[in-house]
Design a protein around this ligand. Structure first.
Ligand SMILES: Cc1cc2nc3c(=O)[nH]c(=O)nc-3n(C[C@H](O)[C@H](O)[C@H](O)COP(=O)(O)OP(=O)(O)OC[C@H]3O[C@@H](n4cnc5c(N)ncnc54)[C@H](O)[C@@H]3O)c2cc1C
Length: 260
């Protein structure tokens, strides 16, 4: 590791004010390894760990609010989450391993927008709202590509608001990292049927409109029988070809509906 300065923020206003050219530090699960490898070299870190207003889950009418510094383990074990958005707690429990779930946060996950992360699929399928220190961003506008989001420099995610609905999610994890080779999230809610796919898209998380059309007529695993996604634009790497991932999208979509 190299030398950098560290500021333990005490509030959202303090964090934003102290950032300068630095970076926010949440659970450090992605940022610290990146710094150790010199892939990013911020000279200043603003640690969000002590900002109480960024922790916890709460209900606000028809919405479940998960604050940005809420760790994956807290979502995975929350009775409120399981009641308000059943399935979201299971998704959080599938992230990484216990060490990762004990440190990693929802804010860090969606700020990073790894194309194989789980939360982006939940946000897109549920049409969540990403709340920042300056504005509210619909998930439809938030995820803009590989590791890329609508966040401006210095903008801080304060919470994610999920409309209450059941989340069906199935994931085929990479056996080493547990990141999704393919993860499919399906929701039938106020906004109709939405199917979001992570792990396979060359541009990150995306909606699978062909499956949405089928499920609109018949919301069951059977409606997706024999379907696979289009392999064009899918990631292809040592873990699996584009064709393999396209096939897995169909399998995981059917599994999401039949097993959750
Ligand atoms: C071995 C391993 C396995 C993993 N497996 C999975 C998996 O299966 N599924 C999955 O989804 N994820 C997985 N992850 C990712 C992990 O769960 C974390 O979500 C992710 O590393 C980022 O969260 P963090 O809190 O650690 O953020 P950090 O690493 O602290 O920060 C990541 C980035 O987000 C920025 N940031 C953090 N918080 C905010 C905020 N509130 N507002 C604006 N910007 C912010 C930081 O500046 C930084 O650029 C894995 C990670 C590891 C190391």
């Amino acid at each position: 590791m190299y030398e950098f300065t560290h500021h333990a923020a005490t509030s959202v206003a303090d964090a934003v004010g102290a950032l300068g050219e630095g970076k926010f530090l949440a659970g450090g699960q992605t940022l610290l390894p990146t710094m150790k490898q010199r892939l990013a070299m911020p000279g200043h870190l603003v640690d969000l760990g002590k900002v109480a207003e960024l922790r916890g889950v709460e209900e606000k009418g028809d919405v479940l609010v998960v604050k940005a510094m809420t760790r994956h383990v807290e979502v995975a074990t929350s009775a409120l989450v399981a009641r308000a958005v059943p399935g979201l707690e299971k998704l959080a429990g599938m992230i990484g391993d216990p060490a990762v779930r004990n440190r990693g946060t929802i804010g860090g996950s969606i700020a990073n927008n790894d194309p194989t992360a789980d939360y982006p699929a939940a946000c897109l399928a549920l049409k969540a709202t990403i709340v920042t220190n300056t504005r509210r961003i619909s998930a439809d506008d938030y995820f803009t590509g590989l590791f890329s989001t609508a966040l401006e420099d210095g903008e801080l995610i304060t919470a994610v608001e999920f409309p209450k609905a059941k989340l069906h999610y199935a994931k085929f994890p990479n056996p080493a990292s547990r990141y999704a080779m393919v993860g499919v999230a399906i929701v039938k809610g106020a906004d109709g049927v939405r199917v979001a796919v992570t792990g396979s898209g060359g541009d990150g998380v995306f909606r699978w409109s062909e499956a949405e059309a089928k499920l609109k007529a018949d919301f069951s695993a059977g409606a997706l029988e024999g379907m696979k996604a289009d392999a064009a634009g899918m990631m292809s790497d040592i873990h699996g070809s584009a064709e393999y991932r396209a096939h897995l999208v169909g399998v995981m979509a059917r599994r999401a509906l039949s097993e959750s």
